[in-house]
Design a protein around this ligand. Sequence first.
Ligand SMILES: Nc1ncnc2c1ncn2[C@@H]1O[C@H](COP(=O)(O)OP(=O)(O)OP(=O)(O)O)[C@@H](O)[C@H]1O
Length: 260
Amino acid sequence: MTSPVLQAKGLTKRYGRVVAIDGSDLELMPGEILAVIGDNGAGKSSLIKALSGALIPDSGEIRLDGEPVQFRNPMEARTAGIETVYQTLAVAPGLDIADNLFLGREERRPGPLGSIFRMLDRRHMRDEAARHMSELGVATLQNIGQAVESLSGGQRQAVAVARAAAFGSKVVILDEPTAALGVKEGNRVLQLIRDVRDRGLPVILISHNMPHVFEVADRIHIQRLGRRIAVITPSSHSMSDAVAIMTGAAPPPGAEEPAQ
Ligand SMILES: Nc1ncnc2c1ncn2[C@@H]1O[C@H](COP(=O)(O)OP(=O)(O)OP(=O)(O)O)[C@@H](O)[C@H]1O
């Protein structure tokens, strides 16, 4: 049996009297796109923050490739191979695409130019950026030296996703990557997400956009009131089933029918 790449067991996080996540589980299997859906306040962001080191859970366990991990900050999660793109896009508009790809991870020139003068290896960064962009088919980004502020929302999102795919060695987490995009741009980003999955990196996709979720997800984790109440697939359930389970209008699969 295949085992999960990333697994959460009984994660809990309280903010004073508010329970943001309440014993939540999650399993991300190799090579899949796992969508995480849930109503506002269901604890999706908190769950994802715990998996990406942005939040330290009060209790519960996280396993990466079967090994227990405890991330004290986002850098530790990144170092372990988990890359996250947050809703608020972490791109620097004034910098070009190549610089954005390497933001926080700039490569220095070899030898004393790099180690003493801290000179950036721009040519190598540019080549690498171009390679990642073309691998992922971000084809309209012809000029890797173009400032990100001159790109459309969809292209910026593509840069952020490509960046995560380039550095995430084990898991890519995307929080609402299509929220601010038009139809065409949204579709391009969905294709990019499929490409990332097809290259072997499993993806966690948090989204309120049901058509997008049903288009790309292999499995759908439904979060409600701070915990996972169901895992469905686009072939086992319809969009309206998913919304009904998510909002509590229908019982989760396998649960007893409510007493009349
Ligand atoms: N930093 C915080 N301080 C206090 N309460 C918080 C904090 N972060 C989250 N919460 C609360 O925890 C609960 C879960 O929030 P969370 O943002 O994880 O939900 P969500 O499913 O991502 O919601 P949305 O879809 O609206 O983004 C909410 O009731 C929220 O108000």
